[in-house]
Write a protein that binds this ligand. Structure first.
Ligand SMILES: NC(=O)C1=CN([C@@H]2O[C@H](COP(=O)(O)OP(=O)(O)OC[C@H]3O[C@@H](n4cnc5c(N)ncnc54)[C@H](O)[C@@H]3O)[C@@H](O)[C@H]2O)C=CC1
Ligand SMILES: O=C(O)C(=O)COP(=O)(O)O
Length: 527
């Protein structure tokens, strides 16, 4: 097997390259490339490890013909076009915890820097001014910290602020009342927070809902003399409105680690009194960088070498222990999905995936993704487990996952059901010896078959002599039957024939079979 090739395109702790090599990947470190230069080389790589500098746009993804995984050594993935990556079947993963303490500490550091105007006091002292009377600060003890976003970093900031004897008011639509109590914070709506806070710190991702969350209008709702810290993402604050509010004195101070456009080499905010900034240093400590580098390399190598999926933003997680157990199920599920996709006439818009027996003990998400990847091949060959759920969602496909605790006739079973204009239609399969995928039921008819290679599917009225006529038609066309599977609803009722063929069946032969008496459906299938 050729080794997966990984490109590290941003400055990263050397532990990343070391881990990739140890885990069986070839790794190149090529940083500071222009988008055009990156597009020219990205086609050679299976994995791309980044921080925030590399912008993984649709154009880069279009050029990334071998790419399987993008690993973000850090948290924010707003520099990656995730929909484009998903539709190309590329897994996007991040390291959601490795730099959170470090970033929370940076927010606290900036809060103190604002409270005591440390950067300016330092600059003037070193300039020989000894400005002892020029810097009257404020205590943080007893003050209210308004936390916008109470996730991983926000909750660490809250705990540090409580340790500093501050009160914390948090706005986060996903913060439950119980979690707020656990964190020791007061849960509030945004307007209440804006009205109460002496300091405001932002810890949300940049989304359509959070963009400009501190807009001109919301800045006007803050307390006069508020101090604002942003170590999350540029774009959360209207920078022009912040400049006005600093100039007017409504906002007493602002500290930004992040800007709407980065690198921020110029900004109207630069030089504004009581404005301090750092160049996106939130995650820049030795500890955090070692954490995220090790973690991203381990996760990416695990995916490229073993198929394990951890911390993916566009695919269900799959541990390295689960991956080998789930592999035969994913093969079975993909084949069942493909069978349904090939047999379905209708424009289907729903699917139920049921698991029972041993399958019910497993993580169902990868099984669903595999069913969908098989099913969606009816639309495109470029479908895989990453982009299939995404494409299904895009098409408004409704998916139901059902886990049956009660054991059925098989030790393990996966069933796929779609609602067609003729009612629900389902196929089911099991694993023989825990590894070999077998179809065991097709549209309510018991029938055991391997789904492999070229196959022929015929539905007919059960009648004497029919099988002979099929054999003769195929034989006269020079087509050899590999295996032969037969099932029927009742004697003389509807019967299904599933044949594995040594070669592909051409259209004229399918027509001849269609004309045999009693035939209802003939279809060539491929697995
Ligand atoms: N400056 C830097 O170097 C670093 C910046 N970051 C950034 O910090 C931010 C937060 O990271 P984490 O805490 O790890 O993320 P997280 O996902 O753990 O927490 C984000 C929180 O924001 C909340 N949220 C989402 N929409 C919201 C809305 N409309 N209003 C209020 N809250 C909302 C979520 O419910 C969640 O609790 C991210 O943008 C990340 O990229 C992270 C690391 C380093
Ligand atoms: O992890 C994050 O979200 C960050 O913003 C850190 O960015 P960086 O890796 O320092 O470029």
């Amino acid at each position: 097997m050729t080794k997966p090739r990984v490109l590290i395109s941003d400055k990263m702790d050397p532990n990343a390259a070391k881990i990739f090599a140890e885990r069986g990947c070839d790794v190149d470190v090529i940083t500071d490339k222009t988008p055009e230069e990156l597009a020219a080389i990205i086609g050679d790589y299976d994995g791309l490890a980044i921080r925030s500098s590399t912008k993984v746009t649709k154009a880069i993804l279009d050029a990334a013909t071998n790419l399987k995984v993008i690993g973000r050594a850090g948290i924010g993935v707003d520099n990656v076009d995730i929909p484009a990556a998903s539709s190309k079947g590329v897994v996007v993963m991040n390291t959601p915890f490795g730099n959170s303490i470090t970033t929370a500490e940076h927010a606290i550091a900036l809060m103190f820097a604002l409270a005591r105007q440390l950067p300016e006091a330092n600059a003037q002292t070193q300039a020989g001014l000894w400005p002892k009377n020029g810097f009257m600060g404020v205590e943080v003890t007893g003050k209210t910290l308004g936390l916008i976003g109470a996730g991983n970093i926000g909750s660490i900031v809250a705990s540090r602020a409580l340790g500093l004897k501050m009160k914390v008011v948090a706005f986060d639509p996903f913060l439950t009342a119980e979690r707020a109590v656990e964190m020791g914070v007061e849960k509030a709506d945004l307007d209440t927070l804006l009205a109460k806070a002496d300091f405001i710190t932002l810890h949300t991702p940049l989304t359509d809902q959070t963009r400009n969350i501190l807009s001109k209008e919301n800045l006007a709702k803050t307390k006069i003399g508020v101090r604002i810290i942003n170590c999350a993402r540029g774009g959360l604050i209207d920078e022009a409105a912040l400049k006005e509010a600093l100039d007017s004195g409504h906002v007493a101070g602002a500290a930004l680690d992040v800007f709407a456009t980065e690198p921020a080499k110029e900004s109207p905010l630069f030089g504004t009194p009581n404005f301090i900034c750092t160049p996106h240093l939130g995650a820049s400590t030795n500890e955090a960088q070692v954490n995220v580098a090790l973690q991203v390399a381990e996760q990416m190598a695990d995916y490229l070498v073993n198929g394990g999926v951890t911390n993916a933003l566009n695919m269900p997680s799959l541990s390295a222990e689960e991956a080998p157990k789930l592999k035969p199920y994913m093969n079975l599920a993909q084949k069942l999905g493909s069978l349904v996709g090939q047999l379905a006439h209708d424009d289907l818009d729903n699917m139920a995936i049921e698991v029972e027996g041993a399958a019910a003990e497993l993580n169902i998400k990868p099984i669903t993704a595999a069913v969908l990847s098989g099913f969606m091949r009816r639309f495109s060959d470029a479908v895989n487990m990453v982009n299939a759920p995404y494409l299904a969602k895009e098409r408004g496909f409704d998916i139901r996952e059902v886990r049956h605790d009660k054991p059925g006739a098989y030790h393990t079973l996966v069933r796929v059901t779609v609602n067609t204009s003729q009612g629900p239609r389902s196929v089911a399969g099991t694993l023989f010896a825990n590894s070999e995928a077998r179809l065991v039921e097709i549209f309510g008819i018991s029938l055991e078959a391997e789904l492999e290679g070229n196959m022929l599917y015929i539905v007919n009225e059960d009648a004497p002599g029919f099988i002979g006529r099929v054999g003769t038609t195929l034989g006269e066309a020079g087509l050899n039957i590999g295996t032969f599977h037969l099932g029927r609803r009742s004697a003389g009722g509807e019967a299904v024939l599933l044949l594995s063929m040594d070669s592909e069946i051409e259209e004229p032969v399918l027509w001849q079979l269609c004309k045999l008496p009693g035939v209802k459906t003939v279809k060539a299938l491929k697995f």
